[in-house]
Design a protein around this ligand. Structure first.
Ligand SMILES: [Zn+2]
Length: 227
């Protein structure tokens, strides 16, 4: 039995997050004209049975962001039917702009997403993303979401705590789902060069043990690969 980490009934405001550590090295230059075009229009994340929003007023993203999230939950529903809804934290305000305590989340291109766990207990929630030890991670479902995000080719990066990255990377290797070469491109060494500029990258950031942060590219809505 998979446990949802939270239910819509108990989802409350997120606590302060000291997060959104910016990448030390840009993987690739922005492909679009977001900066030049700002302020562009953000769109409201549609309601869905496949996700739970913590704060509807902070659920505004670029069309690419909304489409990427929809793609991820649709693929999760297809390949992992019966999964609990994805927890969607802050994206951006309707008009964008500063969204403390985040350092990003000002332009609709960043979103915080909950991780899947084996035993999320309601009393552990404290109104936000429950903190998970790596051993509590539902690796298969969490990776399914990350993989679906990356497969869109629209992800600039995903930030996650290194302990979770290590668990996921180890599982992908042990189960033969990825080769060491593939893993090196997806999860670069923290001090090394990385090169997965085609489809995105996953890297460590402090304070991301209870959620992942996904950053999408600028640009037009692309055709996404099928599920
Ligand atoms: Zn974030």
């Amino acid at each position: 039995v998979y446990w949802s980490l939270v239910s819509a009934a108990v989802a409350g405001p997120l606590g302060p997050l000291v997060e959104d550590v910016l990448p030390l090295v840009e993987v690739s230059a922005p492909t679009g004209t977001c900066d030049r075009d700002w302020p562009y229009e953000l769109v409201r994340l549609p309601t869905s049975d496949f996700w739970v929003e913590f704060r509807p007023e902070h659920a505004w993203g670029t069309p690419v962001m909304v489409h990427v999230l929809e793609h991820a939950v649709n693929r999760l529903a297809l390949h992992h039917p019966g999964s609990p809804p994805l927890l969607v934290g802050d994206i951006a305000r309707e008009q964008g702009g500063a969204l403390p305590p985040h350092r990003t989340h000002d332009d609709g291109r960043s979103a915080d997403i909950g991780l899947f766990g084996w035993s999320g207990r309601v009393e552990d929630l404290h109104g936000g993303f429950p903190r998970l030890a790596p051993s509590q991670l539902d690796v298969e479902r969490t990776w399914a979401v990350m993989d679906a995000l990356l497969a869109t080719g629209e992800v600039e990066h995903i930030l996650l705590d290194q302990a979770h990255i290590d668990r996921i990377r180890g599982w992908l290797l042990e189960t033969g789902r990825k080769t060491p070469d593939e893993l090196a491109r997806i999860f670069p060494d923290r001090d090394g060069m990385f090169s997965w500029s085609m489809t995105g990258i996953v890297r460590h950031a402090p304070n991301h043990a209870d959620h992942l942060h996904v950053r999408v590219r600028c640009g037009e809505l692309p055709p996404f690969p099928g599920t």
